[in-house]
Ligand binder design. Sequence first.
Ligand SMILES: NC(=O)c1ccc[n+]([C@@H]2O[C@H](COP(=O)([O-])OP(=O)(O)OC[C@H]3O[C@@H](n4cnc5c(N)ncnc54)[C@H](OP(=O)(O)O)[C@@H]3O)[C@@H](O)[C@H]2O)c1
Ligand SMILES: *[C@@H]1O[C@H](CO)[C@@H](O)[C@H](O)[C@H]1NC(C)=O
Length: 316
Amino acid sequence: MFFILLVLGLIFLAYIFRQVLVIGKSCKSNAKLHGKTVIVTGSNTGIGKATAIEIAKRGARVILACRSKQRGEAALQDVKRESGSNQIVFMQLDLGSLKSIRSFAENFLKSEPRLDILINNAGVVLVGRTEDGFGTMFGVNHLGHFLLTNLLLDRLKDCAPSRVVTVSSTAHNWGRVDFNYLNTHKDLREGTSFWDSVMIYGDSKLCNVLFTHELAKRLQGTKVTCYSLHPGSIYTELARNKSSFVQMVLKYMGMYFFKNAVQGSQTTLHCALQEGIEHLSGRYFSDCTVRKVFKKAEDDAASKKLWDISERFCGI
Ligand SMILES: NC(=O)c1ccc[n+]([C@@H]2O[C@H](COP(=O)([O-])OP(=O)(O)OC[C@H]3O[C@@H](n4cnc5c(N)ncnc54)[C@H](OP(=O)(O)O)[C@@H]3O)[C@@H](O)[C@H]2O)c1
Ligand SMILES: *[C@@H]1O[C@H](CO)[C@@H](O)[C@H](O)[C@H]1NC(C)=O
């Protein structure tokens, strides 16, 4: 009898733990988006796709900005079907190529009159170099979104109130930005091992938080606001370039400890849609709640320095 009660008690505790600490809160906003246009980068899979579906359900015109034509067009069909909307467009965007970003922006600005929300969601955990010779994670996770945002900023201002939402990660907590190394190596730090990639990923996600911090200052008085966030731990394709051992561990751990993609899109949706958070522009969210960050993630000098070097790298 006692044993049965103990087991039931443990199951109950495990259930509560999962509900509160793993799944967490969901976006409470009922905002409708008819007549609005939203770009979601990396929306052919993972939480980007779940975000695109929810935004499409709310009536927005959604631009799926994805690097692979094949994967993007397959996602286009899925997003249309699952949202019941036909206001969905695929536009090719490879964030690892400054040229591709420029041609995406040109194409977008020419063909679409509005931009109300830009969601910088795409991300990779992969060492290597981009087309322009930057470290892959610095180039795709930070620099690509930096250039994209800058090229679209005037359109966002024209459509204000508007928002820029950048998906960072709790991994930014172990990140750092070594400007000397960045300057000479066009990358965040040395190394190609599994752990190096995890560290560099953290660095690139710190760049996302610093970028948002600086962007908010530059946008003061414009009614364009911006937010960075941690989406939670979600079993997606993010670990696709890791060993099958790592993928297996994540998969089985994930069944209990991770969210699904819909749950993982809630904080992005909160930052994109929630009314009344405009005074929190530049801040970092997790579990649909604004969070305090370490000094290094709201460092005025570092965020300004990152902005300047990013401008130089992009040639703007
Ligand atoms: N999953 C988690 O637990 C977790 C935790 C914290 C933060 N995040 C962040 O959440 C965001 C979404 O990740 P996810 O978990 O949904 O991962 P995912 O399933 O791997 O999706 C990543 C998306 O980014 C796209 N992408 C990668 N490189 C690109 C490039 N060069 N140009 C354009 N798009 C590119 C991918 O396109 P392809 O399919 O063509 O490669 C894919 O659509 C990332 O920023 C990630 O860092 C995730
Ligand atoms: C990363 O993984 C994807 C999917 O498995 C594969 O198509 C791609 O070539 C890999 N990239 C690298 C550089 O290993």
